[in-house]
Design a protein around this ligand. Structure first.
Ligand code: URA
Length: 251
């Protein structure tokens, strides 16, 4: 591995960590007065001041909520509650605005998410971002919070097993209790089935409203399915589902 690659990798890890801290609600990181000037390009790093500015716009309420989410993350710890801990690189807790009106719940991390410790950052993630930003006219980080029913990558991206879902589900539940969104969107069958506590046939039940502990719940196709079956019909279905979500959000 070349020295340059190591440096790039380190910078990427640092950036991911800063994004993670931002998601957790940190606004600034105090720096030593005489710290060497940081001179690499990053939109989230302000090298002119004594602090790294992460979320200049963040509100106190958002920070309190983040602290609650942080407590959940702390409780999760170096989780060994199921066998998925054996193969994981990173726990993928969730990302976005802890104060969001809209929460997306996916299935579980894939290889990219496992590597970066952030949800939906691979191909399916790009599609989800496109759905949110182009299809719904919202900003992914500002307007939504995204998590999964399981927080560690299953080997070979297989479907999560019952015992894994049972071990991890309480953490997703706690995240949702803490965020108190106006709408939840379940992405795909495993997520929909977990949230509803029964087997769901996503092709039959998507596009309909359900209820998760008092919160309106919309079921739709998983973006990875959309990429696999990229038909006009499927794309239109997701678009229409998201229009229903926007209506309930008053947008
Ligand atoms: N698919 C998911 O369900 N979740 C992710 O975080 C990424 C891909």
């Amino acid at each position: 591995m070349s020295a340059e690659k190591t440096k790039t990798q380190r910078l990427r890890e640092l950036k991911n960590y800063l994004v993670f801290l931002k998601d957790q609600g940190y606004r600034d990181i105090p720096l030593e007065k005489n710290i060497d000037k940081l001179n690499f390009d990053s939109e989230i790093i302000n090298s002119q001041s004594d602090t790294l500015s992460l979320t200049p716009e963040s509100a106190i309420t958002s920070q309190n909520l983040s602290m609650e989410l942080n407590a959940i993350l702390k409780e999760l710890g170096d989780c060994k509650r199921c066998k998925l801990c054996e193969g994981r690189t990173n726990i993928v807790f969730g990302s976005g605005n802890p104060n969001a009106d809209l929460v997306f719940v996916g299935e579980g991390p894939g290889a990219d998410e496992d590597e970066q410790g952030l949800p939906f950052v691979g191909k399916a993630g790009k599609k989800l971002t496109e759905i949110i930003e182009k299809g719904m006219g919202m900003n992914r980080e500002r307007d939504t919070y995204i998590c999964n029913i399981i927080k560690c990558r299953p080997p070979g991206n297989r479907n999560p097993e019952k015992d894994e879902i049972s071990a991890c589900k309480p953490f997703m539940q706690k995240q949702i209790h803490c965020i108190k969104p106006k709408v939840i969107v379940a992405l795909g069958r495993p997520s929909a089935s977990t949230l509803l506590g029964r087997p769901v046939t996503i092709t039959k039940e998507r596009g309909n409203w359900f209820n998760y502990e008092g919160v309106p719940l919309m079921l739709t196709y998983h973006p990875a399915y959309l990429l696999r079956a990229y038909t006009l019909e499927n794309r239109r279905a997701v678009f229409e589902d998201m229009q229903k979500v926007l209506k309930v959000l008053g947008k």
